[in-house]
Design a binder for this molecule. Structure first.
Ligand SMILES: NC(=O)C[C@H](N)C(=O)O
Length: 310
C-alpha cells in the first residue's frame, strides 16, 4: 500500500475548455510527488514537490494563475504539516513569490513559529534568499479577465467564487508510514485586501497526524474554517471511519451546517486514500503501486499504469 500520494486541483465548476489542462496538471504533479517517494523521499518532500508543480502551472489558483483580490493584486496563502512531529508552517497574504508552499516549509523548518503573514512573511522570504518575482509574472490573462468581470455592478462574485481555477493541495504517506499535507491558494476571487482564508489555518486548510492520517481541503474558506474541515475529517477517522467515509461525513456536515460545498484529499497511515467532493467537480489524481488514478466529475475514477501517457 505504501507509498502513496494524492493531489487535488480545487473544488468547484471547471469550464469544459479548462478541464483537460486541469487533469493534465494534477496527473503530472502526482507523478512528480510519486517519483520523490519512490526515490525514498519523505511524504513532506513529496507533497511540497507536487504542490510546487501545481503552483507553477497557470491553470490553477495558486502561485502563477492565482485569482486577484479586489485591488487586482495577488495575495497567496499556503500551509504544510508533518504528521510525525505535528510541526507545521504557513504563510498568509504573501506577495511577490512564486512558490508560497516552499516558504511555508521554511517557516516550519527555520522558525519557532507556525504562521507568518504579509510584510513579515516577505521579510522572512528575503532573509532566506527566496527570489522576489514581479506580481505581473503571477497574473494570467484569465485571472485579470475574471477580476474585471466581477467588478461590474451586476456581477455575482460570490456565485463565481468557487472553481474555474482551483486551489491546490496534496497528501502523502512515505514508506516509513509518515503522513504529510500541503495546500496552496490565491484565495477567493475579488477578496478584500488582507483577507486570510482557510488554507493557512491549521486544521482547516490541512492537517496531518501519523496517528490518524492527513487531509488537504478546498472550497469556500470562510465555511471550511467554521467547521475546521481537515481536523473534523481526521476526528471521524479517529472514530474508526475509512478515509472515504470520514471525508464524506465532514463534507456532508459542512453542507448541512453552513450550506457550503468543497472537496478534500485524504490518506491514512496504512495508505488507504480518498479524493471526495460535494461540489460539481474537483480535479484529482493519486499514485500508488505504480498505478495512476484520476478523475474530475463525481463517480469518475480512471486507472492506468503510472508510465503510460494520459
Ligand atoms: N478555492 C478554494 O479552495 C479557495 C480557498 N479555500 C480559500 O477560501 O481561500
Amino acid at each position: 500500500m505504501l507509498p502513496v500520494v494524492v493531489v487535488h486541483g480545487g473544488a468547484g465548476h471547471i469550464p469544459k475548455e479548462r478541464a483537460e489542462k486541469s487533469m493534465e496538471g494534477v496527473c503530472s504533479a502526482v507523478r512528480a510527488g510519486y517519483a520523490v517517494l519512490k526515490r525514498g523521499g519523505s511524504s513532506m518532500d513529496a507533497v511540497v514537490e507536487a504542490v510546487t508543480q501545481l503552483e507553477n502551472n497557470p491553470a490553477f489558483n495558486a502561485g502563477c494563475g492565482s485569482v486577484l483580490n479586489v485591488k487586482g493584486e495577488v495575495e497567496m496563502d499556503a500551509i504544510v504539516m508533518d504528521g510525525k512531529t505535528l510541526g507545521s508552517g504557513a504563510v498568509s497574504a504573501v506577495r511577490n513569490i512564486a512558490n508560497p508552499v516552499c516558504l511555508a516549509r521554511l517557516v516550519m523548518d527555520k522558525t519557532s513559529h507556525t504562521c507568518l503573514t504579509a510584510e513579515g512573511a516577505s521579510k522572512f522570504a528575503r532573509s532566506m534568499g527566496v527570489a522576489e518575482v514581479p506580481m505581473e509574472s503571477l497574473i494570467t490573462e484569465y485571472a485579470r479577465m475574471r477580476w474585471r468581470k466581477n467588478l461590474a455592478a451586476d456581477a455575482k462574485p460570490v456565485e463565481c467564487q468557487m472553481g474555474k481555477m482551483g486551489t491546490v493541495g496534496a497528501v502523502a504517506v512515505d514508506s516509513e508510514g509518515n503522513v504529510a499535507c500541503a495546500t496552496s491558494t490565491g484565495g477567493m476571487l475579488n477578496k478584500m485586501e488582507g483577507r486570510v482564508g482557510d488554507t493557512p489555518c491549521i486544521g482547516s486548510g490541512g492537517y496531518a497526524d501519523n496517528q490518524m492520517g492527513a487531509v488537504s481541503t478546498t472550497g469556500h474558506g470562510e465555511a471550511i474554517m467554521k467547521v475546521t474541515l481537515a481536523r473534523l475529517i481526521l476526528f471521524h477517522m479517529e472514530q474508526g471511519h475509512s478515509p472515504e467515509a470520514a471525508s464524506d461525513l465532514g463534507l456532508a456536515y459542512m453542507k448541512s451546517r453552513v450550506e457550503a460545498l468543497g472537496g478534500v484529499v485524504t490518506v491514512d497511515p496504512q495508505g488507504h486514500w480518498a479524493a471526495r467532493f460535494s461540489s460539481k467537480q474537483m480535479s484529482w489524481a493519486a499514485a500508488q503501486k505504480d498505478m495512476l488514478h484520476y478523475g474530475l466529475y463525481g463517480g469518475e475514477h480512471f486507472t492506468q499504469s503510472i508510465d503510460e501517457p494520459l
